[in-house]
Design a binder for this molecule. Structure first.
Ligand code: NDP
Length: 480
């Protein structure tokens, strides 16, 4: 089996431990490559490489840094097909999805921040007596970026690109479950002329390489996307060290459908919002609240559409649902279906592991699942499932819909479907959610603040928010 390597100081290196663990192909349920089990020694080497690269990289004019980033974006586009195949194989997602969303977005992330830095300006605050304050924004130094498995290269580059654009050097760790595209990305950086040590990619487990990044005293900031429990653990370590922290965590996103919505479009888009990427997107809507007057019609049409989302070989053109990322994750998602039953839920469709034939007979597939009959406060409706499972519940008033929607510890994303413009804005204003979509879902403008409130995170990514996170502001006050 192919042995993946770390990318440290511009070189592809084996882990110091010389030990590896299996990387599985979810669609067939078998290992196909080996991931370095890196530890604190590899992280130390990566930090030293980053520190050596920092003076030159941070002093390089933004135009030159941006030009290298643009070359990286161009090579990602050139290598769309092999990267998409690698992503689909590693994660289980349909190949067409990796080809149309994941990899193009990885290129766009580098293009976006490579150009954004050319327009990044800092503030000036003139005072009444003619004195002036001006703000300098300097890179932080060496920063850590830790990303999850659901949108592997997409989220990896979403963090790394603004960190590099602002002149930092990076030690990054992709998820051990989906290491391959980050491994391929190292070669792209070399080819694009990224100086050695500017980006270092340390593969390995969360408890090993991940924790070593968080604990390292000379890593100034941690940008993390992953589960809320992991975020808490990271904060416990990093906060007393006074590291800057950006935490993008879990969600339990509500979808609110009013009876006056644009019906056909709402059905189509809310099915997509529920089951895109097998429901393994932090932004997927997992609790659908429907105004009672529309409830029966919506439920029947929704279930009819969901039944058509047959799980299939991710490499096949017409597969609408791929495999879940791991056996452990599949079992976790299935356990929530059992919980829903225990809590009195009715399974309207799905609810079971999907068994395919041929190549994918041992793959980790699941039938897309719709459940009704549960109260908003039960565990199924409170805990993040992060798979192809949604619940339906009717509501009688706007007030009630808001109570349900806001009634969890999470606050990442919400979507609202109505043709009443006043209501749409009123509800958006009252939703406890970092992102609200009105009559759309996952329509993204990379300039906007991205992230969640409550237990869904700390800080925001995207646009200026990311450029500000990765810089240290210094106010200079001049008495004239
Ligand atoms: P995890 O929290 O398990 O892992 C995320 C990353 O952190 C992985 O690289 C993981 O490594 C690493 N990690 C795990 N433990 C530690 C540790 N103690 N110290 C440092 N790093 C660690 O999340 P998942 O990968 O399971 O991703 C799914 C979660 O991510 C869901 O909760 C989802 O909602 C959330 N998410 C949030 C998004 C947002 O924007 N808010 C976007 C996408 C996902 P390893 O995999 O090797 O264990």
């Amino acid at each position: 089996m192919e042995k993946l390597k770390n990318y440290i100081g511009g070189k592809m290196l084996a882990p110091r431990s010389r030990s590896y663990f299996n990387n599985y192909e979810p669609a067939i349920g078998r290992p196909y490559s080996l991931v370095p089990d890196s530890d604190a020694r590899d992280v130390q080497a990566a930090v030293e490489a980053a520190q050596s690269a920092f003076p030159a990289w941070s002093a390089m004019p933004a135009e030159e840094r941006g030009a290298i980033m643009m070359r990286i974006a161009a090579i990602v586009r050139e290598r769309l097909e092999p990267l998409a195949r690698a992503e689909s194989r590693d994660n289980g997602k349909p190949l067409w999805l990796a080809r149309s969303v994941d990899i193009p977005r990885a290129a766009t992330n580098f293009h976006f921040f490579g150009t954004a830095i050319q327009h990044f300006a800092s503030e000036a605050h003139p005072m009444a007596d003619g004195s002036v304050n001006y703000t300098l924004r300097k890179p932080l130094g060496v920063v850590g970026c830790i990303s999850p498995w659901n949108l592997p290269l997409y989220l990896f580059t979403w963090k790394v690109a603004p960190a590099l654009a602002t002149g930092n050097c990076v030690v990054a760790k992709p998820s051990e479950i989906t290491p391959k595209t980050a491994y391929l990305f190292a070669d792209i950086c070399r080819k694009a002329g990224l100086p050695p040590g500017v980006l270092n990619i340390v593969q390995g487990s969360g408890a090993g390489a991940g924790a070593a990044i968080v604990e390292h005293p000379e890593i100034e900031a941690i940008s993390f996307t992953g589960g809320t429990a992991t975020g808490q653990q990271i904060a416990r370590t990093a906060a007393p060290m006074f590291k800057k922290l950006s935490l993008e965590l879990g969600g339990k996103n509500p979808t609110i459908v009013f009876a006056d919505c644009d019906y056909e479009k709402t059905i189509e888009e809310t099915v997509r919002a529920s089951f895109a990427n097998q429901g393994e997107i932090c932004l997927c809507g997992s609790r659908i609240y429907v105004e009672r007057a529309l409830y029966d019609r919506y439920r029947d049409d929704f279930v009819r559409r969901v039944k058509k989302l047959k799980p299939g070989d991710p490499a096949a053109k017409n597969s609408r649902q791929g495999a879940l990322v791991s056996e452990a994750h599949l079992n976790k998602v299935l356990s929530y279906v059992d919980l829903a039953r225990d809590e009195g839920g009715r399974i309207l469709t799905g609810g079971k592991r999907a068994r395919l034939r041929g190549r994918c007979k041992d793959g980790w597939f699941m039938q897309p699942t719709v459940i009704e009959g549960l109260d908003y406060s039960c565990r199924t409706n409170q805990e993040e499932i992060f798979g192809p499972v949604v619940t339906l519940q009717p509501f009688d008033s706007e007030e009630e819909a808001l109570r349900y929607a806001n009634g969890t510890v999470y606050g990442l994303a919400a979507s609202v479907w109505t043709n009443d413009i006043k209501r749409a804005h009123r509800v958006a204003d009252r939703l406890q959610s970092g992102i609200v979509w009105l009559n759309c879902w996952m329509l993204r403008d990379l300039r906007t603040p991205f992230g969640g409130m409550k237990d869904s995170g700390v800080g925001r990514e995207g646009g200026l928010e990311a450029l500000r996170f990765f810089t240290e502001p210094k106010n200079v006050c001049v008495k004239l």
